[in-house]
Design a protein. Sequence first.
Length: 129
Amino acid sequence: MTTANLSQTSTLGMPPALMRAQAAIHLPAVQAMLQRLSEFDLGIFVPHQHDEQTGDFQQQADDVMQVESGCKVSFQNTQAIVNQADRFLPVAWRWRAGAAAPVSVCEMVVPEEQDDPERPVKHKMPDEH
């Protein structure tokens, strides 16, 4: 198996917390955590968003959730997503206030004709017109 190795050499202009996160992936302790996480099919990501006008990297605000819906990513108010928990599947978490907190979700659809609690769910796809 081939392992892709992407390495951006410059993180200039990124907020200090995001530069620290980018550098941390090379630390032996973080590599060990990543190896352990991989035993559970988990990985590491840097929660972030972008300035809508400039595209600049920003730390993801505590009240913002990354949402993938219809194969597009947006950033929405966390409380609005939490209030619709039956529609969203958490796919990324960070440690906040002593517990794991979701920071990224995928919008799901459940066929209406199914009342079975074991029913399959599917990712919401773009509308075809």
